[in-house]
Write a protein that binds this ligand. Sequence first.
Ligand SMILES: CSCC[C@H](NC(C)=O)C(=O)O
Ligand SMILES: [Zn+2]
Ligand SMILES: [Zn+2]
Length: 456
Amino acid sequence: MKMKLCSINMAKNNCHIILSICFLYSFTISTASIQEHPSEPIISRFQQYLQIDTAQPTPHYYEAADFIISQANSISLESQTIEFVKGKPVVLLKWPGSDPSLPSVLLNSHTDIVPSEHEKWNHHPLSAYLDSQGNVFARGSQDMKCVGMQYLEAIRRLKASGFQPLRSVYLSFVPDEEIGGHDGAEKFAESDVFEKLNLGIVLDEGLASPNENYRAFYAERSPWWLVIKAIGAPGHGAKLYDNTAVENLMKSIESIRKFRASQFDLVKAGLKEEGEVVSVNMAFLKSGTPSPTGFVMNLQPSEAEAGFDIRIPPTADCKSLERRIAEEWAPASRNMTFRFIQKMAVLDKSGKPLITSTDSSNPWWNLLEEAVKRANGKLGKPEIFPASTDARYFRDQGLPAIGFSPMANTPILLHDHNEFLNIAEYLKGIEVYESIIKAYTSYTGHARSGVTKDEL
Ligand SMILES: CSCC[C@H](NC(C)=O)C(=O)O
Ligand SMILES: [Zn+2]
Ligand SMILES: [Zn+2]
């Protein structure tokens, strides 16, 4: 066992691993709670998926689709590939339930990953390098190839144990989440295929938790990517005059900075959680007249632009923020204009916040809590996801959707250098999904209600 685990790395990553490291690693694995399962093939399958280059902006989607379908075939799941947009496959798998009249369960994950600055990582982000502590380093190890594979591994185990679901389970592997999901989950959720799945509940991605409690998300903040632009008269760099483009833009930046601080203070004071305030962060700042040596220094530019990533909680007053943007951050009176690169709706089609209920009226929430407990896991209090996920598109269809990635005792490294997941946590997560899938697919109650807080 010790030697074989090491050979995974040696073969795939050309890494030099000494025997003492092998021993340390095998110790980590031997402490993992999955005894019935030989861990090595599980780790190897996870590594294989991580080694497929699905990084934006040129993801190798079909390589990922082929791999997923080969996994599905190996555990006799039905599979189909749907191209809502050419070159962007949605892979849909099915484990049929014995009672097709009951609404089904969808386990969603995205296949794309964000790009990496390879040279700033300790191990190549596509190597899936396994270190002596049992940490697998790869882009996607947390976000969210782990989850896609854990769904499959949980089903592999349930099938092997002879478990038969009452409700059907679907697994969707969707493209493009990292760039907004418009050609992936959004089109899928609006399709006839989706409607025919007769879904009752969707699980999608969550976040790692640095402490022992898993995190679960019932809503998320909507991204508004705002660009503000100032125009002003050009002039000599030595001249003081009013209404230059840069001066006008700086006034806006100061106003935005104050707003940002007021929101951040609420979090720092412990009055609000991260997902409950509006966040604003500058993404770029652009001005100046280029020259061969950099910029012309004695010319005041006639245009200046800044871009901001704004995130809005589902219950925020969007109208007042829109007014603030038009009147304070980009007022026409200061020769300013604004545009949105991305402006996702905060409310659903019927004007209600995109929120999944977490009280006792939503049986799926209680079932999740109980199932996590049964797998010896702990769940923290429900949160608003601070960024954006595909879950919004499922909530927009009126479905309850819960963001959950079972990674406790793990630093939050999505989109960061050296993203990793410990194998012991990964294996534990498989057990947690096993418990959840069992609970969800065995549930016989009526459960299409309890979608949004407003409806209850
Ligand atoms: C606007 S779509 C981009 C989606 C991405 N999701 C995550 C989880 O980082 C984000 O919130 O930036
Ligand atoms: Zn993600
Ligand atoms: Zn991401």
